[in-house]
Design a protein around this ligand. Sequence first.
Ligand code: LMR
Length: 328
Amino acid sequence: ALLTAALLTVAAPAARAEGACDPGETVIKFSHVTNATKHPKGIAAQMFADRVNKEMNGKVCVEVFPNSTLYNDDKVLEAMLQGDVQMAAPSLSKFESFTKVFRLFDLPFMFKNIAAVDEFQNSETGQKMKSSMERRGLKGLEFWHSGMKQFSANKPLIEPTDAKGLKFRVQPSDVLVAMIKALGASPQPMAFSEVYSALQQGVVDGQENTWSNIYGQKFYEVQDGITETNHGTLDYLVVTSTDFWDGLDPAVRDQLTTILHEVTVSRNGAVTEIEAQNRQNILDAGSKIRELTPEQRAAWVATMKPVWTEFVKDVGQDNIDAAQAINA
Ligand code: LMR
């Protein structure tokens, strides 16, 4: 009986148990890839579900599937277009086959911190980006923040030349591929759920991600240490399919929009604190975090920033200028 109880605990999705929605309720399956309790995205998805399930009981039921238990990010957008899942929040790097506008957010050293990302996204240009995939059937609802990315590897990374010849896992993004190549290293696109074992088995030597993902996936266990590069941003778009969204009763759609927006404002405001906590959790777990001197960091900037020129025509010089003006 104990074993059965343990299995049930592991298998249960975070929001309501599958099948627990009441008859007649519109079911929203929300699929994502991070943990549910210590990660900015996991916490936000759960909070959205809890509010909808309480405030819209009898009308709408949200079931959250965290930890890639339903789909990983390679599959989730196709599944959404098929109507098999109704909401997800993949990182902006995962929309490559739908739009190139989000490449701006992957360019190294484009935004100095998450507050700058927030300000850009809340501008008219940023808000317009959410609808860039509507003709492909995807509707962007809100941007959710994650954090700044750090590098880790199976050896110390201090100078950019330390990365030469290493293999790094990247998200499936051409910008990230070009960025790793600029280091003289080898980019390996791979699903998030596969990264821990790839690092452990030496399929790749290193990776780049936020404190919350490095802690949440325990990457620090199988890396020499983490270098605090803050070289890029990780951000998400909460998406649904235009078919599903347009088919909702307008009052239901409005209420969902309001709840999602309130959750977004509240959770985006808490992201820096959660990232700092997960950075501390990594230190408490006994892993090394290496800070760079201004000169060392300048060497990483000089090595990686030239990739911007390859992507100016995809992202627009005006958008680059607007992002840089916010950094100033
Ligand atoms: C990754 O694939 O590294 C991230 O996009 C995962 C996530 O959703 O934070």
